[in-house]
Design a protein around this ligand. Structure first.
Ligand SMILES: O=C(CO)[C@@H](O)[C@H](O)COP(=O)(O)O
Length: 204
């Protein structure tokens, strides 16, 4: 079973106090800190850059543990990219925009040198505070049925009112920005997201 991972999106944090915001989230129980990286050229990319391979070395040096690129910009070079991400000691992941069919990521999960996480975007990438797209749950269900132990992440509009739908579809890694950073008690939201994922897993 893929373990629950709650990842506050630092895009919603106070950028003037990034270090203390990161420490606060970890203290409140976050598993990962979700960082969105964009160069302004390819705003639909989650590692929102035209050439994700340019960022492997610097992110590896900076101590990143996970590197998730978008399938839409790597259709021709994902094999080399996965290889180089792993060579820097990071976990490779692939993300897909709402309009991209889920089948496009199957080869990357089934490759000899596979990705270890699939990030299903539940909003168009770009900024926090957008509305969750429940229709993306078909992708999550398809992935969970096909790959029982895969890390499946969802990002965009996740919070107390949408988590049960995502968790019951099979998502185990939850990125949440405004619902955590905007809450009176962010620690309680982190715990609540985790309870929902673990509760859904225990039912199955
Ligand atoms: O990648 C993105 C947006 O592109 C996300 O990580 C958002 O930052 C999530 O924010 P909320 O929808 O949870 O407010």
């Amino acid at each position: 079973m893929a373990a629950a991972k709650i990842a506050p999106s630092m895009l919603s944090s106070d950028f003037a106090n990034l270090a203390s915001e990161a420490e606060r989230m970890l203290r409140l129980g976050a598993d990962w800190l979700h960082m969105d990286i964009m160069d302004g050229a390819y705003l639909d990319c989650h590692l929102m850059v035209t050439n994700p391979s340019d960022y492997v070395e610097p992110l590896g040096k900076a101590g990143a543990t996970g590197f998730t690129f978008h399938i839409e910009v790597t259709r021709d070079n994902w094999q080399e990219l996965i290889q180089s991400i792993k060579s820097k000691g990071m976990r490779p992941g692939v993300s897909l925009r709402p309009g991209t069919p889920v089948e496009e990521v199957f080869p990357l999960v089934e490759a000899e040198n596979p990705v270890e996480l699939v990030l299903v975007m539940t909003v168009e990438p770009g900024f926090g505070g957008q509305k969750f797209m429940p229709e993306m749950m078909d992708k999550v269900r398809t992935l969970r049925n096909k790959y029982p132990s895969l890390d499946i992440e969802v990002d965009g509009g996740l919070g107390p009112s949408t988590i049960d739908v995502a968790a019951s579809a099979g998502a185990n890694c939850i990125v949440a920005g405004s619902s955590i950073f905007g809450a009176a008690d962010p620690g309680e939201v982190i715990s609540m997201l985790r309870r929902s994922v673990e509760g859904s897993q225990n039912k199955n």
